[in-house]
Write a protein that binds this ligand. Structure first.
Ligand SMILES: [Mg+2]
Length: 308
């Protein structure tokens, strides 16, 4: 599929709309004024909605409850988090003993650098293993899972490193986001914690779960049973949301209400990071379905090439 050719976009063929959370539906603790209406509108058209988030610190169940309390009726089953994707992967890897280090143990043990969302998803997904987030944990670990840990300490890093170096543990990263957006600006993301363990161990993660890995979108595609080009993702970050869509063969709409400004987009020369469509914010989504050509993105370079 020629992904720069948005004239081939047929709104009627889109069956699934995948939303990013931060910068799209929410801004810190506040919902975007158009978030709820847009979510309802997509559902009223018979399409399926999902929230795809790299946030692994909170379980899907808690995430859903938190949004429901604030009047946003999202279901747990509509949320796909990087922690959940990690749990699904590990269930399969453990059940199939699909890694040499797992073949010699009855019940594998995991060491987790991350929030409570990761153990909650391992439990919800019934992964047949034990796990700990305690740096004093002395058991050999066959799997090390690394996500965003807002209480990260040197001892936790040292504990994880030990299993990466001496237990030959499978190295699983929930995502590699460099930063994490908060109301007071950018904070270090899961990727910065992963990077410190990559530096210390000299190893790259064996698995990276969240966006921009295409598997994140393919998981939703397979759940729904549709094709990649019957999906549209709405996101605010070029290196995660848009790149993920490109790799997965999914249509993408960038909103300018989050971390990416129009100037930043215009200065981005890597075509892999160009969205198919650009919206001021999520409130324009219904208009995109009615008049896609109005929102199609053409980078200045491409416009110049067309004129020649
Ligand atoms: Mg975002």
């Amino acid at each position: 599929m020629d992904r720069t050719d948005t004239s081939r976009f047929d709104p009627d063929r889109i069956r699934v709309v995948v939303f990013d959370a931060d910068g799209v539906l929410v801004h810190g603790a506040t919902f975007h004024p158009a978030a709820l209406n847009t979510w309802h509108w997509v559902k009223s058209t018979g399409r399926t909605t999902y929230l795809l988030t790299n946030n692994s610190t909170t379980s899907r169940a808690r995430y859903a409850r938190r949004w429901q309390r604030r009047g946003f009726p999202i279901k747990r089953s509509e949320i796909v988090s990087s922690g959940y994707l990690a749990a699904l992967l590990l269930r399969r890897v453990v059940d199939e003993r699909a890694w040499p280090v797992l073949q010699s143990v009855d019940v594998p043990h995991f060491y987790i650098v991350g929030g409570t969302g990761i153990p909650a998803e391992l439990r919800a997904t019934r992964v047949a293993a034990t796990w700990s987030r305690d740096p004093r944990d002395t058991r050999p670990a066959q799997v090390v899972i690394v996500g965003l840990d807002k209480n990260i300490t040197y001892r936790k890093l040292a504990r994880a490193l030990r299993s990466l170096l001496y237990d030959d543990a499978v190295f699983v990263a929930t995502n590699r986001d460099a930063t994490y957006p908060t109301e007071t600006g950018l904070w270090p993301g899961a990727g910065s914690i992963v990077a410190s363990l990559v530096t210390a161990s000299g190893r790259e993660p064996d698995f990276v779960m969240g966006k921009p890995e295409p598997q994140a979108l393919w998981f939703i595609r397979d759940l729904v049973g549709c094709r990649s080009d019957e999906m549209l993702i709405v996101g605010d970050r070029l290196e995660t949301d848009i790149l993920c869509a490109r790799r997965a063969g999914v249509w993408s709409a960038l909103v300018l209400s989050g971390v990416t400004s129009a100037e930043r987009l215009a200065a981005t020369h890597d075509p892999l990071l160009w969205p198919d469509f650009v919206l001021d914010d999520v409130g324009q989504l219904a208009d995109l379905f009615r008049h896609p050509a109005r929102f199609a993105y053409r980078h200045a370079h491409e416009r110049a090439a067309v004129k020649k």
